[in-house]
Design a protein around this ligand. Sequence first.
Ligand SMILES: Cc1ncc(COP(=O)(O)O)c(C=O)c1O
Length: 439
Amino acid sequence: MAEQVQDSRSQVVGDDPIANSLVLPIGSRVNERGRLEVGGCDVVELVEEHGTPAYIYAEDDLRSRARAYREAFERRGVDGEVLFASKAFPATAAYKLFAEEGLSVDVASGGELHMALAAGFDPARIHMHGNNKTDEEILMASRAGIGHLILDSFDEIERAERLLDGPMKVLIRVTPGVKPSTHDFITTGQLDSKFGFGAGDASSAAAAIERVLACDKLELVGLHAHIGSQIFELEPYRLAIGALGELAGDWCKVVDVGGGLGVAYTEDDRPPAIDDYIGTKVAGVREVFGDEVGILVEPGRSLVANAGLTAYRVGTVKEIPGIRTYVAVDGGMSDNLRPMLYGSRYEALIADRAAAEPDSTVTVAGMHCESGDVLVRDARLAGPAVGDVLVTPATGAYGHAMASNYNGVTRPPVIFCRAGAARVVVRRETYDDLTARDV
Ligand SMILES: Cc1ncc(COP(=O)(O)O)c(C=O)c1O
């Protein structure tokens, strides 16, 4: 199951490139009208009803990836805790869905905590991050009775000690000095980082451990490390776990080894399977910490990225002879900041003619007043024309999460599709929403 989920080509469906796509949600297909279907819903019909841009998710895909994580632990007889890293997709419906699937959740702000609580998460299954938590956030977390507060700095230790009434379970976030080969902005495990306590630099993590152990209000129960995101190698996790092991003592009951598993943004990407990723983390923790220590993981994008796509309407096609053709859509950096932020690559396809052979190479641009507002460079499309519905797959993570109102655009709705039925779980913003906070 896990292998099938992470690499849908292992369940090859004839020679249909859509059904076998690595980037589209599991279960996607071309329907009898030649259109893209996701979660049993015709994408063109969906946007006729709900407008563009729109974030569209296959609910079964979200659920099956959550199950793949849980099953990877079960298969190894390990009672691991899988935390949905909710920064990747902070929508109440996503919190609810993952709570139903038996996952826990990691939140990185009071707002994410609010949504997790609103969705009905058992507070004991909520764990809180942040490199600069405010007094209010620490108090909110403690009053809610969350599972663990993950301590990030000496200032925060002092703050928590001053604010808390009673003991709270805490982990210490360690930057283990491991730098996987991913984009610089999404590596967090190297020593030169705003996050956590360094493992090697005069052992600030060791000093933090000593400090917390001496504090009545903070009950130190474990260590945490998240070395970065969109990682395709497994070896860096072993190195990070080894570095954590150097710091551990009798007090260490749990190890939280973060998230980071990469996903396929393009058909050329080959991320490891969820099962192999969990296998590596479990083996690493068992080897370094033994059998009694609990294991937490925090997947974000690998739960949600490929379950979602964004549908746009093509508004202009501008050909500059000998240079390039711009296909402009009615969204852009306000609904997907990642290409501008990290130079991330995506693919695109025309939902109206999903089976048609691509015949042109174009640049898919957004509608914002920035030349850099480009969603996909060198997209291969089948005769793009004004009025087409163009989709960019694999936008389920950090799209809705990072959306903005730049240029006064209203943020898109989030639509969950399952077995041919669609439900809007986040409505589109209105122009009145744009002025609703004015005083
Ligand atoms: C502490 C922590 N845990 C988990 C994640 C999720 O990472 P990913 O989406 O790569 O799985 C992040 C992402 O930034 C993070 O900072």
